[in-house]
Design a protein around this ligand. Structure first.
Ligand SMILES: [Zn+2]
Length: 577
């Protein structure tokens, strides 16, 4: 039997806790699976007519990286159509950005009409609770809606309040609120999902092909940074239509596992709907699992801590009926649907652990808890004891808080709980499976940067920034395991994904150098030469040498749409330095 693909590298690195022999340099792939791993004996055994042989001299082959927490569809649409406010630390800078967008629109379309939407707004630009008053002064009549960096609130101009018809008297059943001033009128600060949805309903519609274009472009970018998979912790419309449209025209550049949101305080009819969605799948995307949000965010005062924050907030769950959450977790567990619960505050994490302890796990995959931004010591051993996966995004710590605790998150929850922030080191030391993710578009998508941050506890590109909770540093080996072994375990796929071994799916990343030989700073710049998903190669940096069977090298494999080859080459051209 011939292999479809043989890869030659200098080193195969599995990120195992105890390093294995460094002698393996060749992998053979057939029908999307790894069939052999070894040395120079592999080609003579496995190559023949139809075998594509690729050499990456000096390179290191690793299991494909998987981002365990991202929001690719709404993230791509939001970032593709809105203004990126990342790095703007004053209100004046934000206003200047909006003014530039309006001036640009005036030049190209001759008018100022229409919405301005933005994302990545740093709420530290406001003194106290944000309002849209100054947006109204600077941009009278213009609907401006800016999403905060944590994606859990909006700051909107008075024109938006009028357009949507907000009065301040709205009530919600998920802790959402339309903030009001002393006069009882909305201030323009719109907190949490149900309230935000009222505004989103008025956003200009994005045509499906445009949305799909934004998503496809982002996924290609992600693949070029080494990702072969991601866990989408939502299945927001138009996710299904977008994935189907992209796959009608070729392959997704990476695998996507989608877990739809079960809204807070939702009814059994809604749960039935999410259960029915579990059957949905395309070639490289599928629905698996259910996402819960047990609380909001500490920055907004909507997280659920045991003790209130310094403003008397952060004390309530998003599920106002916690019994309903318990019933919902049981409902999904009984149907073999694993759950992922967003729980930022310590009381939310404790409650999620208690509920899982009571219900047990779905057979196909473990339950997981996401974010756990600050947890006390007594919760650390419970993750391993209960087999609950801890989903963390260390770049939230490194890029949204600062060591001097002058940021909003730190000021709100106070030094004692800040010291217990994003406890990657402690959770690993207590035997937990720690799956690392970006939470893109909230966090930085490039896994090389996120994994470097997790080792440094500061932004890898800011050498002069003091680390946050430096005791929570993890090693390069642990970090990369957090995006290979751990996401596979979290998805119940530890026997098929996350390792380079015979029988495993051929999802692989080809790095120019072994990340374990590099400093975090060097890792962040480590070229990704190629990614392999299901045995299909996407080239990202320099072209590999083809050493044999050139006649077959570029012909599409059986069952692979011809666009795959075109896409692969197009990516090569874009990414070749
Ligand atoms: Zn998220």
């Amino acid at each position: 039997m011939n292999a479809d693909l043989i890869l030659h590298v200098a080193r195969i690195e599995n990120f195992d806790p105890a390093p294995g022999p460094a002698t393996d340099t060749v992998v053979a792939v057939r029908d999307g699976r790894i069939v052999a791993v070894g040395g120079d004996e592999i080609p003579s055994r496995w190559s023949g007519a139809g075998t594509e042989v690729l050499d990456f001299p000096g390179a290191t082959l690793t299991p494909g990286l998987t981002d365990a927490h991202a929001h690719p569809v709404w993230g791509a649409i939001e970032t593709g159509t809105g203004l990126d406010l990342d790095g703007l630390t004053t209100a004046d800078a934000v206003h200047a950005h909006i003014a530039a967008r309006l001036a640009d629109r005036h030049r190209t379309h001759g008018d100022h009409a229409g919405w301005v939407t933005g994302f990545n707004l740093d709420i530290n630009v406001f003194d106290g609770e944000p309002t849209g008053h100054r947006l109204g002064q600077h941009f009278p009549g213009v609907p401006v809606s800016l999403m905060t960096r944590d994606a859990h609130s909006l700051v909107v101009s008075p024109a938006v309040i009028d357009l949507v018809g907000l009065t301040g008297a709205e009530t919600f059943d998920d802790n959402s609120r339309v903030a009001t001033g002393p006069d009882g009128r909305p201030t323009g600060f719109i907190v949490e999902l149900q309230a935000m949805d009222l505004v989103f309903a008025h956003y200009p519609a994005v045509p499906l092909p445009v949305a799909a274009g934004h998503v496809a472009a982002r996924l290609r970018e992600f693949a070029a940074t080494g990702l072969t998979g991601l866990h989408a912790l939502d299945f927001t419309a138009p996710s299904e239509e977008v994935y189907r449209l992209i796959e009608a025209d070729g392959d997704l550049p990476l695998r996507v596992r989608c877990s739809p949101l079960v809204p807070a305080d939702s009814t059994r009819a809604v749960w039935e709907g999410v259960a029915a969605q579990q059957a949905l799948a395309g070639r490289r995307w599928h629905v698996a699992g259910a996402k819960f949000m047990l609380d909001g965010t500490a920055d907004n005062g909507s997280a659920w801590f045991e003790h209130p924050d310094l403003l008397g907030q952060n004390r309530r769950p998003l599920w106002t009926n916690v019994e309903g959450y318990r019933e919902a977790v049981r409902f999904f567990t009984e149907r073999d649907i694993p759950t992922a619960t967003h729980a930022i505050g310590d009381q939310a994490v404790r409650t999620a652990l208690d509920v899982i302890e009571e219900t047990g796990h779905a057979p196909s995959a473990p339950h997981r808890i996401e974010h756990l931004e600050s947890i006390p010591d007594d919760l650390l051993p419970r993750f391993a004891a209960l087999g609950v996966v801890a989903g963390l995004q260390p770049a939230h710590a490194t890029r949204m808080t600062s060591a001097d605790q002058s940021d909003n998150w730190s000021r709100r929850i106070g030094p004692q709980r800040v010291a217990h922030g994003w406890r990657t080191r402690d959770l690993l030391d207590h035997g937990a499976v720690v799956a690392l993710g970006s939470d893109w578009p909230i966090g930085v998508a490039d896994p090389r940067a996120g994994l470097a941050d997790a080792q440094l506890r500061r932004p890898v590109d800011e050498p002069d920034t003091a680390p946050v909770q430096p005791g929570q540093r993890i090693t390069a080996r642990e970090a990369y395991a957090g995006m290979t072994h751990a996401p596979a375990a979290a998805a119940g796929s530890a026997a098929t994904l996350g390792r380079i071994a015979p029988g495993y799916l051929a999802d692989l990343t080809v790095f120019a150098r072994n990340p374990l030989d590099l400093t975090p700073e060097q890792q962040a710049a480590n070229p990704v030469l190629a990614t392999v998903v299901d045995g299909s190669v996407l080239h990202h940096a320099t072209r590999p040498q083809r050493t044999s069977h050139p006649g077959h090298a570029t012909s599409p494999r059986p069952g692979t749409p011809p666009q795959q080859t075109a896409q692969s080459q197009r990516t090569t051209q874009e990414r070749t330095p």
